[in-house]
Design a protein. Structure first.
Length: 718
């Protein structure tokens, strides 16, 4: 008999502070694994990965999570690790911000228009001029359902559950944009920005184009008018980020293209939209130095915004040529500096990686329209970036590992079955940058179709030989695979996740990366899932691998390296902890064909340890039925089961005081509760669902070895 734990078998859904939703079984964001209730066998000797008791520091101890760093030390570390080339433009931006320069340079209400007469955007947007019968190749049901929700005033923020669509801000008057940084009306500013990204427009535009129903077009124009009347140019939070200003131009141009021949698309409305595009380009130009100082997806987004405006106003605005040239130049330079030769993106995030590939596909479409030749070096980086995302994508489900920051960005939803589906992006990027499809024909062709990227002949299949066996970090086959993360940082780390392992089995993510959940909430949810202790790796004495000095800032970067590969089924890497004495952590991930995986961790002190340390091995597991057993944990779901066995080897003469902690949704099942952020998986921003956080902890003063054996079984049909 299985005994129900107090935390298991619930289906509660509660509203958290702000607008976030606790989702035990979400519908709008399908999980990379099925869920069920959980059980635990009692009577097992279990302790705690990081017990809150004298002599032991909790994972949430402020002394651990928020170490004291004097300003001079922080400044020197910033110069050493980021460099003056990146810091000086940021310092210049701050000076202009604090002295009122930007307030004077970006006047409330905007600039006087210099746009001359403008024709329709059919040939001036990145989108292909699709006829209604071509739109029928898209998955129309989802678009029409989404459009009908918008008609009723609702949409799906961050690809999550339905929520009210609000474009009118809750304020009687708005200050200049320089007054708004991280929050508006006391809440995370991302909740204000999300509806103003206008990604809900795609559903309206496709539904209106196919059905001919003028109501969809009218709703777009009404919503746009509501936005412009309640968000005056350069006033309020929706003008505080030039990146946000740029991103909303793309869906607006798509809607204009789809609705241009309908009666509701009047001359006056077109003039209002073109004026908004012009004002947006001027706002982007004013603070482009900030985007350069960040040198991340901000710069790519804003450069693309200038390309969009410059192309639209070509020959009709005195600044159009300048905007286009600056946009292309900045975008291409950013790709060469942000994408490593092997394809790694500087922000170390699969979701941001998808984002920059989608931005690059739009850039590619504009380059074709402007007859701009893309250099071989830029195309080489885009090809490498495409390969990189493919290696982190599950061939069965189409989802990618939840690596790094996940802020819910999904700019172009065409062809995706859900928020996590990256196949349309991979298909379009493969066709554009690798010159072959990533997948056989299917619904994931939609993004390429919309952007005018030629689809292959039906007899052209994806390459037969997978690149996975040549990957430095991936093992396995198409149905059962895993990755071992090891990075030498050339840009700011996102998470302290060196040597983290991610495992997939027949479309199910069985060793999960927790994601992000929230960036700007009060503790403990101030980007808490960036810490080492919630990743599938080993932490020492409750410390992070690097020094955390802000929500998004890690200093004292800890690099990791792969060791030479001798077996296609095995990957190894190592890092060195900045402890006293330093400790070398060596991790090996081995794929066992037909059986599962083995993960071996070795902790080797480089010198004599003056006092014993504590090693915590963490695994984040799917929310399946479970039993704690003497050697680990047994999980089962429908016809599948996982037996995870963990052993610790210590030198002769040392006792193994192995302790086990199991937490689900912040509630302790075994051991003593220590961290409310454990036992959660965040599939997108502002959404979190229960998972099983298991920690095996052991003291050590000499070399320690953990062995985690994953035995995967499928029950035979009766």
């Amino acid at each position: 008999m299985k005994e129900k734990s107090p935390a298991c078998g619930r289906t509660k859904v509660t509203r958290l502070p702000g607008r976030c939703l606790l989702m035990p079984s979400p519908t709008a964001v399908p999980l990379p694994y099925p869920t069920t209730s959980s059980s635990v066998f009692p009577g097992l000797h279990s302790g705690l990965c990081n017990p809150s008791r004298p002599g032991k520091r909790s994972l949430s101890d402020p002394e651990v999570d928020k170490p004291t760093v004097i300003p001079l030390q922080k400044g020197l570390l910033l110069i050493r690790e980021l460099g003056l080339k990146q810091l000086l433009p940021y310092a210049a931006y701050q000076v202009k911000l604090r002295t009122g320069f930007f307030r004077r340079a970006t006047p409330t209400g905007g600039w006087r228009s210099a746009v001359s007469a403008l024709d329709g955007p059919a040939c001036l947007s990145p989108f292909s001029c699709l006829e209604s019968d071509q739109f029928n190749k898209l998955e129309l049901a989802a678009f029409i359902a989404g459009a009908d929700e918008v008609l009723h005033g609702r949409y799906h923020p961050f690809g999550g559950p339905s929520a009210p669509l609000t474009l009118a801000l809750a304020a009687n008057s708005l200050d200049h944009w320089t007054h708004y940084i991280d929050s508006f009306a006391g809440e995370d500013i991302k909740f204000t920005w999300e509806p103003a990204r206008f990604t809900w427009v795609y559903s309206l535009a496709v539904a209106g184009k196919v059905s001919g129903d003028a109501g969809y077009a009218e709703r777009f124009w009404k919503n746009l008018e509501q936005f412009t009347s309640h968000n005056p140019v350069n006033s309020g939070p929706n003008w505080s980020s030039a990146q946000e200003v740029a991103l909303r131009l793309l869906p607006m141009l798509f809607a204009w293209q789809c609705f241009e021949n309908l009666p509701s698309t009047t001359k006056e409305r077109v003039q209002a939209l073109t004026w908004l595009v012009e004002q947006s380009a001027r706002r982007i130009s004013a603070t482009l130095d900030y985007a350069r100082s960040q040198n991340n997806n901000h710069l790519l987004s804003e450069a693309l915004g200038l390309i969009m405006a410059g192309t639209l106003f070509s020959g009709r605005h005195p600044l159009a040529k300048r905007w286009t040239e600056i946009g292309f130049g900045e975008f291409e330079h950013a790709l060469l500096t942000q994408v490593e030769p092997e394809g790694t993106y500087s922000q170390h995030s699969t979701n941001y990686h998808r984002m920059i590939l989608q931005l690059s596909l739009v850039y590619y479409a504009y380059a074709q329209k402007n007859r701009r030749v893309i250099s071989k070096s830029v195309l080489g980086r885009l090809a490498a970036a495409t390969h990189w995302l493919e290696e982190f994508t599950d061939p069965v489900s189409g989802s990618a590992s939840n690596l790094g920051h996940n802020d819910g960005t999904f700019l172009l939803p065409f062809g995706a079955s859900d928020y996590g589906d990256v196949r349309p992006t991979l298909q379009a990027a493969s066709l554009a940058f690798l010159h072959h499809p990533a997948y056989p024909p299917g619904p994931w062709d939609a993004l390429a179709l919309v952007l005018g990227i030629p689809l292959p002949n039906s007899d052209q299949n994806p390459p037969l030989v997978s690149n996975f066996i040549h990957s430095t970090h991936r093992v396995g086959d198409e149905k059962c695979w895993g990755t071992l993360r090891a990075v030498t940082f050339h840009s700011r780390p996102a998470h302290a996740d060196q040597l983290a392992v991610d495992l997939w089995w027949e479309g199910v993510n069985i060793a999960l990366d927790a994601g992000s959940y929230l960036y700007n909430a009060p503790p403990p949810w101030d980007n808490a899932l960036a810490r080492t202790c919630v990743h599938n790796t080993v932490s020492i004495d409750g410390q992070d691998q690097m020094l955390r000095t802000g929500r998004f800032l890690w200093l004292k970067w800890t690099n990791a390296q792969y060791t030479p590969q001798t077996d296609e089924n095995s990957r190894s890497a190592f890092m060195i902890w900045r402890t006293d004495p330093p400790i070398r952590h060596i991790r090996n991930l081995t794929f066992l064909p037909g059986k599962g995986f083995k993960v071996v961790d070795e902790l080797i002190p480089i010198g004599i340890m003056k006092k014993p340390g504590r090693a915590d091995l963490h695994w984040l597991l799917p929310d399946w039925g479970f039993k704690l057993v003497s050697k680990g944990i047994f999980l089962d779901q429908n016809d599948r089961s996982i037996n995870l066995e963990i052993a610790a080897d210590l030198p002769a003469g040392q006792d193994s005081d192995l302790q086990i902690s199991l937490v689900r949704a912040g509630e302790t099942i075994a051991g003593t509760k220590d961290d409310p952020t454990r036992g959660w998986y965040s599939p997108t921003y502002c959404a979190k669902i229960p998972a099983l956080s298991m920690v095996v902890s052991s003291p050590f003063s000499a070399p320690l070895r953990f062995v985690s054996t994953w035995k995967l079984n499928t029950l035979s049909p009766k």
